[in-house]
Structures are given as C-alpha cells and as structure tokens.
Design a protein around this ligand. Structure first.
Ligand code: NAD
Ligand code: ZN
Length: 233
C-alpha cells in the first residue's frame, strides 16, 4: 500500500443529517415533502418560479437554525492539521463545512448562500430571499437572480479541479452520500483507477459500496471523528 499524502473527501447530505437538515431521499423518497423533479430542475424553475424560489428561500433561512456537528468539526480539524494535499468536495448546498472551519473545500452543486444571475452569469454572496426579484449586484438588472444551485441536468462546478485531485489522491473517502447522483457517484472509480485507497463512511451501504476497499457503517457524527483521530495519529 502506498503512503498517504493526498486525500480527497466527498461529502453528501448524510453528513448534515445530524445537524437537522433533511437528506434528499428519505424513506418516502421526498425532500421535505417535495418531489425532486418538481424543485431541482431548470424546467421547474421556468414553470413554477414561486414554488422553486420559495423552497430555496426556506432552505437558506433554515441554515440560521442549524449548527455544524461533530463530523463537520472533525473534517475541519483534519483540514487544519493534515500536512499533505487535501480537498473536501461537498455535494451539500449548506454552509456547515465552512462554519466548522474547513477551508480546503468546494461546493460542486452550488450553495444556498449564493445567487446566480441569469442575465449576466454573475455569482453573488446572498443571505436574503430571492422570491421578491432583487437587483443583481453585478449588472444591476432585476428579477434575474436564481439560487446558485446545480440543478439536475446542469454541469457541476469545478469538475476539472476535482478530476485532477482524484488522479493525485492516495486516499478517497466518501461520507454520507447515497451514490445515486452522477458524476459524484463515479469519483470512487476514478480515484481507484489512479491507485487511491477508497473508504466509505455511511449510515447504509450506498449504491456503489462494492467499489470501495472498505465500508464502515454508522452515523457520521461517530464514524468521522474516529476516522480523523486514526489518520492523524
Ligand atoms: P442522499 O440524500 O441521496 O443520500 C444521503 C445518504 O446519507 C444516504 O446514503 C444515507 O444512508 C446517508 N445518511 C443519512 N443519515 C446519515 C448519518 N447520520 N450519517 C451518515 N450517513 C447518513 O444525498 P446525496 O448523496 O448528498 O445526494 C443528493 C443531492 O442532494 C446532492 O446533490 C445535494 O446537493 C442535495 N442535498 C443537499 C443537502 C444539504 O446541503 N444539506 C440536503 C439534501 C440534499
Ligand atoms: Zn447580473
């Protein structure tokens, strides 16, 4: 086994579940009562902007009511102390990794606290609501701002940077993700192809569990701090 210097960590909704944010695919297959196709597509935004903007405005507001949990804090500690390369790639649109203190990270599916302008393409830090058609800070047009979220059918952010990190990784760790949403679900195979060791930490075995060298089953709030303590020792 080669020595571990470069680490890539993929996180999904499961890492934020213990903070009180619902995961995507609950037992009923709904995200907080809504069908995914009715909310997270460009078609839904065009057809029913009030529903989609209201939904994301509520999700953005909900961030003020939750806190990072032990798993976010453990990854922030790893980020601060790991001497080699490290990249946390999150599919989450919440801000709990950065609030825990992580900095070597990126949001591949966008962020609730960002607005994307359909007129100029600008991305602006955003705390308020979007339903009321506010003015774009970049181009000063009104009504063009949408949630800066990568909808189904849209291209995730920073794929080139992610690919490069996966090629250079000695260890790839997937945390709290169902392995159902591509391209993220394929990262384990890319990392493995280039020689990384692969580890999954999840509450249930994911769709792609068999691609990992090792799978540990349990809540992220317990598994992640234990794994971080292990790798830092
Ligand atoms: P998902 O809902 O499809 O899967 C969640 C996974 O987390 C499941 O495998 C489940 O077993 C696991 N899980 C649940 N509770 C856990 C816990 N306490 N500890 C460890 N694992 C736990 O989520 P996904 O794979 O991230 O993909 C769905 C998409 O949903 C992403 O694109 C993401 O943008 C979006 N999403 C984001 C948030 C958020 O930002 N917090 C919340 C819901 C959905
Ligand atoms: Zn604009």
């Amino acid at each position: 086994m080669r020595e571990i210097e470069n680490i890539v960590i993929l996180t999904g909704a499961g890492i934020s579940a213990e903070s009180g944010l619902a995961t995507f695919r609950g037992p009923d297959g709904l995200w907080e009562g809504h069908r995914v196709e009715d909310i997270c597509t460009p078609q839904a935004l065009a057809r029913d902007p009030v529903l989609v903007q209201t939904f994301y405005d509520a999700r953005r507001a909900a961030l003020a009511t939750v806190e990072p949990n032990a798993a976010h804090r453990a990854l922030a500690k790893l980020d601060a102390e790991w001497p080699g390369e490290l990249l946390i790639v999150t599919q989450n649109v919440d801000d709990l990794h950065e609030r825990a203190g992580a900095s070597r990270m990126l949001h591949m599916h966008g962020e609730l606290k960002s607005a994307l302008c359909r007129r100029c393409g600008g991305r602006s830090a955003w705390e308020a609501t979007l339903i009321d058609g506010p003015t774009c800070p970049e181009c000063a047009s009104s009504g063009g701002l949408r949630p800066d979220i990568v909808f189904f059918g849209e291209m995730p952010y920073q794929m080139e940077r992610i690919e490069t990190a996966l090629e250079d990784a000695d260890l790839f760790v997937s945390i709290g993700t169902s392995g159902a949403v591509y391209p993220a679900a394929g990262f384990v195979q890319t990392a493995r192809h280039y020689g990384a060791r692969t580890l999954e930490l999840n509450l249930d075995p994911s769709a792609g569990s068999h691609f990992f060298h090792e799978t540990r089953i349990g809540p992220a709030g317990e598994l992640v701090p234990a794994w971080v303590a292990e790798i830092l020792s």
